[in-house]
Design a protein around this ligand. Structure first.
Ligand SMILES: NC(=O)NCCC(=O)O
Ligand SMILES: [Zn+2]
Ligand SMILES: [Zn+2]
Length: 521
């Protein structure tokens, strides 16, 4: 099957130029200023439009069983929403229950996703408990048959997904050994659990309790701690859903010291804020419940976009994990029972264009970088994905930068009955979405086939993630001091003979490798 895209402006993360694009059998086979249509060739005109790599959303939770419910967008509805919004690949998470084999959980997720996806997808694996078997299985799933190259650790959701610091550290040592990326949900789960109890016992049962149980500094603290621990393990780290300025500052602090850390803001955090939790309409407020919560500081969304522009944050995702009004209402008497999660996969591209490019903060190339190319590089499927180039997969979006649309539950493709961006008018519209050479979205209509998407195995040792790690590791190697055997001073030897006499040795200060110390002994 062949397709010709004519008269468009190609945008990659590093260049923009006018050119035609010829697609054959799912791949881009030619890029040239003017390619002549041949009989039988389907031609799509992209005059005054941008031709961009399809979006890659590296953080979704389709049909996730969570908090006693199952997320409404399954791999079918969720990927339909994705392509309607200009995203052509998602990376979802296998999340085993505590103690469960990674291999068993992996098979379950593949069983859910493979028959349903309408676009390509990859998988990341959560580590929710620690044992020698889990360490061994981590090694197995990084092999080509399984195609996992990242592992996520939750520092929140006490008793469910949360791991202890020592488990997280062991997990990161194993990630570093396997050349896999560690990802972290960074919040202080222990303090949050305490605060939830305190708020409930003070009579605060509504969604405002959710945000008050998770002040921003608990995200900042956990982000700083995670970065520090990753640095000690010499393991690259990817912080998912960066929701606050404090968390972003922690990432920037560690990057300035040479750490390999990536930060991912999400569509919700870039376009809306935590004022919704205080809405007097309970259901309105509950719809926004997610963790970490949306920032209560109204200047945060713009600040996060500026940090993307400055390169202090690196790529965008959505954390798409949708629960409908009925599911949200299960927490009507207790905010800790409101299923956590919001939509985003359909609207991310438009939201980032609107708040980023249209607002004059980023240019179209940076837009491509933060919605597609960086994800492809970090998760090691570049340039198969994330680039308009000969040989790349024909995952392409024809983007109308001048059109606007109004986001609404009435027109979206999610399986839920509300949209957290309801009523928002956004500039930047995906007019045509092409997945591996097939048009799946055009003229406002889906043309998808269930199961037509493919699983994309993600190999370890991504260049952008691991190239600095070995040299960095040399500076962290343990230092041994070669000394002559210790001989006790004669005064000590004399007193040793008399056990009743306590000897106070001369006080001196030692400076251990890695920094000055005031330890006295
Ligand atoms: N974020 C959220 O509230 N729900 C999805 C699970 C997670 O990523 O923490
Ligand atoms: Zn999370
Ligand atoms: Zn998530």
């Amino acid at each position: 099957m062949s397709l010709l895209i004519k008269n468009g402006t190609i945008v990659n993360d590093d260049a923009m130029f006018k050119s035609d694009v010829l697609v054959h059998d799912g791949k881009i086979v030619e890029i040239a200023p003017s390619i002549q249509p041949t009989p039988g060739l389907e031609v799509v005109y992209a005059t005054d439009r941008l031709v961009i790599p399809g979006g890659i959303d590296p953080h979704t939770h389709m049909q996730l069983p969570f908090m006693g419910e199952v997320a409404k967008d399954d791999f079918h509805r969720g990927t339909e929403a994705a392509v309607a919004g200009g995203t052509t690949m998602i990376i979802d998470f296998v999340i085993p229950t505590k103690g469960e084999s990674l291999l068993v959980a992996y098979d379950r997720w593949r069983g859910w996703a493979d028959p349903k996806v309408v676009c390509d997808y990859g998988l990341s694996m959560a580590i929710t408990s620690w044992s020698p078997q889990i360490a061994e299985e981590m090694a197995m799933v990084t092999k080509a048959d399984y195609g996992i190259n990242s592992f996520k650790f939750f520092l929140a959701y006490a008793g469910v997904f949360m791991v202890r610091d020592e488990e997280f550290y062991q997990g990161m040592l194993q990630c570093a050994k396997l050349r896999a990326l560690a990802r972290v949900h960074a919040e202080n789960g222990a303090v949050i659990a305490e605060r939830c109890e305190h708020l409930l016992s003070s009579g605060i049962t509504g969604p405002e309790g959710h945000t008050q149980s998770r002040p921003e500094e608990l995200e900042a603290e956990a982000t700083f701690r995670a970065c520090t621990m990753a640095s000690q393990a010499n393991c690259p780290l990817y912080v998912v859903h960066v929701m606050s300025k404090g968390a972003a500052a922690a990432i920037a602090h560690h990057r300035k010291k040479g750490a390999v850390v990536f930060g991912e803001p999400i569509a919700a955090g870039l376009a809306t804020d935590g004022s919704h939790y205080y809405n007097e309409d309970w259901l309105h407020a509950a719809r926004y419940v997610m963790s970490p919560p949306l920032s209560r500081d109204p200047s945060t969304p713009n600040a996060l976009m500026r940090l993307l522009a400055a390169g202090e944050l690196h790529l965008t995702a959505t954390d798409n994990c949708t629960f409908d009004c009925h599911q949200k209402s299960l927490g009507k008497d207790d905010f800790t029972k409101i299923p956590n999660g919001v939509n985003g996969v359909e609207d991310r591209m438009s939201v980032v264009w609107d708040r980023g490019v249209h607002a004059g903060i980023i240019d179209p190339m940076k837009f491509v970088a933060v919605t597609s190319t960086m994800a492809a590089k970090i998760f090691n499927c570049y340039p198969q994905k994330g680039r308009i180039a000969v040989g790349s997969d024909a995952d392409i979006v024809i983007w109308n930068a001048n059109a606007t649309r109004t986001i609404s539950k009435d027109t979206h493709h999610h399986a839920i009955d509300f949209n957290i961006f309801e009523g928002m008018q956004v500039h930047g519209v995906p007019e045509t979405t092409i997945c591996r050479g097939r048009i799946v979205w055009a003229n406002g209509q889906l043309r998808t086939v269930q199961g037509a998407g493919r699983f994309v195995p993600l190999p370890p040792d991504s260049q952008i993630v691991f190239s600095a790690v070995d040299n960095r590791g040399k500076a962290l190697e343990p230092v041994k001091v070669i000394r002559s055997p210790y001989e006790a001073p004669s005064t000590l030897q004399a007193h040793d003979a008399n056990a009743n006499i306590v000897v106070k040795p001369t006080v001196r200060t030692a400076i251990p490798p890695g920094g000055a110390s005031s330890i006295q002994f």
